[in-house]
Design a protein around this ligand. Sequence first.
Ligand code: TYM
Length: 333
Amino acid sequence: MEETKKTLYSGIQPTNNLTIGNYIGTLQSWRNLQENYNCIFAAANMHAITVRQNPAELRQKTLALIALFLACGVDPQKSIVYVQSHVPAHAELCWALNTFTYVGEMERMTQFKDKSARHAENINMGLMDYPVLMAADILLYQTEIVPVGLDQRQHLEIARDIAQRFNNAYSPTFTVPQGLYPKVGAKICDLLDPAKKMSKSAENPNGSVFLSDDRDTVIRKLKRAVTDSENSVRYDPENKAGVSNLLTIYSAFGGKSIEEAEREFDGKGYGDFKLAVGEVVADRLAPLQAEQQRLLADKDYLNSVMLDGAQRAEKIARKTLSKVYKKIGFYQV
Ligand code: TYM
């Protein structure tokens, strides 16, 4: 890792099927960010188990997620790519940070409240502790920049609070991280209910475009996306949430600004517009899927990437953890 570059960290849970929301919200930017930052990218499988998972599926999805990172242009020579559970320091720092986090703060987290409602039968301690583990992920690497979608903003704020709290209690220990949210597409909405974010775990799969969807499925889902009765392609998130969401998707995938996209569809109907959005998405997903499959056929290579990533991550993480242990008074030999 280059000394002069700032550290950037992001993670994705290897759960369900990733959506174009995950892609636009963060993954898409990773390729270019590697040029300017020391990047660390994790498959957050420890976060994943806060909701019950099928073990075989979780294993498979972890491998597939690492392959997807690489398919999206992450270069494991430049960046650290690893699996969260391969670096025990995450759990260790999480424990220490738990003692700097208040139960009330965790109870107020929007995602905790949402997930508790959806998984009322399993409101486990891990679900509540989720943001502290995320803080540990970020703080272990002295991260300055965290590229994520808007749904993670609250978690990032708490990571900043915990870092500052610890620094104030002892002396500067952690870098206080900053979120980096995409200018366009920080919150991609559900195609059928644009008031909600597009989610991996949505009840109706037709509201989400999955990165694994084939061309026909992508085009069909976009054709059915909710719009309005005005038949005018205009960006107005307040009054035209559906159309604005589609413009955002078109802009993110087509590499055009929202204004350019509006001009392109000036005078055209929603039918043409939705087809064009479907095509631009499908055109991008096809090569990604092919590259992911190619990589998945070489498990040895993927294992070597993860192993190397975990070793490099571990080295950085241990340094921070050892500092923390010293400050809090853990006897070290
Ligand atoms: P996860 O797996 O839910 O989502 C991965 C990333 O996708 C973004 N995202 C979205 N962006 C725009 N529109 C959407 N509809 C949308 N849905 C999801 C998320 O903001 C996220 O960036 N807790 C994290 C994983 C994590 C992490 C970390 C992230 C664990 N440790 C440390 C950053 C730093 C999560 O569950 O993401």
